[in-house]
Design a protein around this ligand. Structure first.
Ligand SMILES: [Zn+2]
Length: 327
């Protein structure tokens, strides 16, 4: 047994016995951890009110060597997840995000970069818009850090480079092999047995690529913001900066991070409703292959991802054309 300290996101919480909770946490330092929080439902407890779902916390726990659950000993709130009133979309997207973390990651396999992206995304989801773009950036980050980001510019079967022009000019869109993990060339498509073949579009693939770039930017921005916060804390200690001045600096740093994130997400925001639909039609079945079951929160996801401009979506969207062609 050893005592550990870490940054953690509360991913799942189940009541246990009369006054305790069994928690699933995605931690920065250890990956997924399951632990017992004894007495967490009592009025006075060592966790205060920090164990709410989607909260970001500073956690101490005793790691058990056996199959037994780890024992959580103390937790302090770093950030509560409390979306603005009526921001149900941010809330549902947050549930989906942590359920993906729970389903797709293994116990004690740390992925610190993914933790940082998840933490920054949850923080943004409760305060800002662009829900669908943030979810897409997180999904592509998850695929990247699982080592499963698909090929979009070379045939996943034979490795042949597919020039973008050639892809774009294909009359019936682009073919994607879920098993092989990427686009396939016309030669492989016609000569090989490909059971996981699905149609997609160049618009869907471009959103896959741009969402991945956005997730990299979100990571960079989050790390820069963390460094600045540490520097500000040091300055406050050393120079006795006025509390109000310090608050102003923190707010400015957060605004700057939000603005940089939103620049990175702009490509998704500017995409057509049909391209966004094509992205989802591709990424959902592809991601499902790495999950033991369908996320329960997926039922609400469609609602969370709805954008006002989606009403303009028309019947001749490429996915529907493709459906007709295949029927
Ligand atoms: Zn090929």
């Amino acid at each position: 047994m050893s005592m550990e300290k870490c940054d953690a996101l509360v991913v799942k919480s189940v009541e246990f016995m009369e006054s305790s909770l069994i928690l699933t946490l995605f931690t920065k330092e250890f990956g997924k951890v399951r632990g017992l929080a004894k007495g967490a439902r009592r009025q006075k407890n060592p966790f205060e009110t920090s164990l709410d779902l989607l909260a970001s916390i500073k956690l101490s726990f005793i790691r058990k060597n056996s199959e037994a659950l780890d024992l959580l000993t103390e937790a302090k709130l770093a950030r509560r997840f409390r979306p603005n009133a009526r921001n149900y979309r941010g809330l549902y997207a947050g549930y989906y995000l942590v359920e993906l973390l729970d389903l797709a990651t293994e116990d004690y396999q740390p992925i610190p970069a993914l933790w940082t992206i998840a933490d920054a995304t949850l923080d943004s989801l409760q305060r800002r818009g662009q829900v669908a773009a943030r979810v897409a950036a997180f999904e592509t980050a998850l695929l990247t850090y699982l080592g499963e980001f698909p090929t979009t510019r070379a045939c996943a079967e034979c490795g042949r480079e597919l020039p973008l022009d050639a892809i774009t000019n294909l009359a019936r869109g682009v073919w994607f092999e879920l098993d092989a993990g990427g686009v396939v060339c016309s030669q492989c498509r016609t000569t090989k047995r490909l059971p996981g073949l699905v149609p997609t579009t160049i618009g869907g693939l471009k959103l896959l690529e741009s969402s991945r770039r956005a997730s990299e930017a979100i990571l960079t921005n989050a790390l820069a913001y963390e460094r600045l916060r540490t520097a500000l804390a040091t300055r406050a200690r050393d120079e006795r900066v006025l509390a109000t001045e310090l608050d102003d600096l923190r707010v400015a740093a957060l605004d700057d991070r939000d603005q940089r994130d939103e620049e990175a997400l702009a490509e998704y925001a500017a995409a057509s409703p049909s391209a966004r639909a094509d992205y989802r039609a591709l990424v959902e079945p592809y991601l499902a292959r790495y999950l033991p079951r369908r996320p329960r929160s997926a039922d609400y996801l469609r609602f969370a991802l709805w954008e006002p401009s989606d009403e303009l979506d028309s019947d001749d969207a490429p996915t529907r054309q493709m459906d007709k062609a295949l029927a």
